[in-house]
Write a protein that binds this ligand. Structure first.
Ligand code: F6P
Length: 355
C-alpha cells in the first residue's frame, strides 16, 4: 500500500518512535511504501514530502523532535485548504494516511475522513489531555523533566529560605503539574481544573512556615486560573493566537510569585520550564508506548479500520472513533487531587477545592 504519514501540532518526545514502528512493520510485513508529509498539514496542503525508507528512519528511536518536522497549520482556516490536501493525497496516490497529533491535528484528519480519505490517528499531546486514551506518549518524559527540575529547585529554595514557583505545561488540564508536583514533593500544586484564590495559597505557605519550614516549592500549570474578584485570569501574551485559536500561555507563575511575596513577605522566585519539557530523548516508557501506537496504527490500516484513532485502554492498544477522541478534554480526576490534598497543609485542601 502507499501510506502517508505526518506529525502535527506541538512536538513531543516519541514522535520518531511512532514513525519508525509504522515504517518498519509496513515495509517488513506488508511491502508498503511511505510518503512523509513535512511540517504537519502544511506539507499536505503545499505538497512538501520526503520518502520514508528504512534508511530514513534508521537510528531515530531515541531522538526527540520529529524527522518530519511539525507545524500548527490548519487547512480548514485556509482558502481551499482542504481541497488542496485532497489533491496532494491524490497526486501521491496515497491510499491511507496516518496522522500523529493532538485534537487539532485529528480534527483536520476527521474532516478529511468525511471527504473520503482513509485515515488512522495516533494520539499525541504533551499535556496528556486527549479523551479516549489513558496516556499520550511524551507525557512521561515531560513529567520526568519537570520532576528533576523540582528536585533541583528544592535544594536551592532550602538553601536560601525562599519560595520557588515552578510553572509547567498544561493548557486545559494539570496532568504534568499534578504528576511532577506529587513526585517532586511540591508543597502547593495548582491546576486549571481548580481555579484558586491567591490568599488561600499565601495562607498555605504561612501554615507551612509557621511550623518551622522556611522554604516552599509551588508547582503551577501554565493554564491555571487565578480567582481575582469574580473573574478567572490566565496569564497570556495578548494577541498571540495560533491557527486553531489557542492563546499562547505563559507567565502565571511569575505573576503568582510576585503576589505571594507581596502577601507573605517570603522571598519568592519563579521558574518557567516551558519547552524544556517537550525536548530531548523520550523515556523508555514513552519509547514503548509510541512504538505500540505505531504498530497499532499500521495494523489498523491493514485491517481497513479507518476513521479511528489508536488508544491505550488499561494495558491494551485499541482503536476508537476519531470523533470520540475529539469530544472533550481529559481532565485530572478527584482521585489524584485527593492525593495532593492528603499530602498538603490543611489550607492546601481549601486552595485546591476550586470555586
Ligand atoms: O499543546 C501543547 C503545548 O505544549 C501546551 O502545553 C503549550 O501551551 C503549547 O503547546 C505551547 O505551544 P508552542 O510550542 O506553539 O509554543
Amino acid at each position: 500500500m502507499r501510506i502517508g504519514i505526518l506529525t502535527g501540532g506541538g512536538d513531543c518526545p516519541g514522535l520518531n518512535a511512532v514513525i519508525r514502528a509504522v515504517v518498519r512493520k509496513g515495509i517488513f510485513h506488508h511491502q508498503d511504501e511511505f510518503t512523509g508529509f513535512l511540517e504537519g498539514w502544511r506539507g499536505v496542503m503545499e505538497d512538501q514530502t520526503t520518502a520514508l525508507s528504512l534508511d530514513a528512519i534508521a537510528g531515530i528511536l531515541p531522538r526527540g523532535g520529529t524527522i518530519l518536522r511539525t507545524s500548527r497549520t490548519n487547512p480548514m482556516k485556509k482558502e481551499g485548504g482542504i481541497q488542496r490536501c485532497l489533491e496532494t493525497l491524490k497526486r501521491h496516490r496515497v491510499e491511507a494516511l496516518i496522522s500523529i497529533g493532538g485534537d487539532d491535528t485529528q480534527s483536520v484528519a476527521y474532516k478529511l475522513h468525511e471527504c473520503g480519505v482513509k485515515v488512522v490517528g495516533v494520539p499525541k499531546t504533551i499535556d496528556n489531555d486527549l479523551s479516549g486514551t489513558d496516556f499520550c506518549f511524551g507525557f512521561d518524559t515531560a513529567v520526568n523533566v519537570a520532576t528533576e527540575a523540582i528536585d533541583r529547585v528544592h535544594t536551592t529554595a532550602e538553601a536560601h529560605n525562599r519560595v520557588i514557583v515552578v510553572e509547567v505545561m498544561g493548557r486545559d488540564s494539570g496532568w504534568i503539574a499534578i504528576y511532577s508536583g506529587i513526585a517532586g514533593g511540591a508543597d502547593v500544586i495548582l491546576i486549571p481544573e481548580r481555579p484558586f484564590d491567591i490568599d488561600e495559597v499565601a495562607e498555605t505557605l504561612r501554615q507551612r512556615h509557621n511550623r518551622g519550614r522556611y522554604f516552599s516549592v509551588v508547582v503551577i500549570a501554565e493554564g491555571a486560573r487565578l480567582l481575582a474578584g469574580k473573574d478567572d485570569q490566565v496569564a497570556f501574551a495578548p494577541g498571540k493566537k495560533d491557527e486553531f485559536g489557542h492563546i499562547r500561555l505563559g507567565g502565571i507563575g511569575t505573576l503568582l510569585a510576585q503576589e505571594l511575596e507581596k502577601r507573605t513577605g517570603f522571598e519568592t522566585r519563579a521558574v518557567v520550564l516551558g519547552h524544556t519539557q517537550r525536548g530531548g530523548s523520550p523515556t523508555a516508557f514513552d519509547r514503548m508506548l509510541a512504538t505500540r501506537y505505531g504498530i497499532g496504527a499500521i495494523d489498523a490500516v491493514h485491517r481497513s479500520d479507518f476513521g479511528k484513532m489508536v488508544a491505550l485502554k488499561g494495558t491494551q492498544i485499541v482503536t476508537i472513533a476519531l470523533k470520540e477522541a475529539l469530544s472533550r478534554t481529559r481532565v485530572v480526576g478527584q482521585d489524584l487531587i485527593d492525593v495532593a490534598i492528603g499530602l498538603g497543609e490543611p489550607m492546601h485542601a481549601t486552595a485546591l477545592k476550586g470555586k
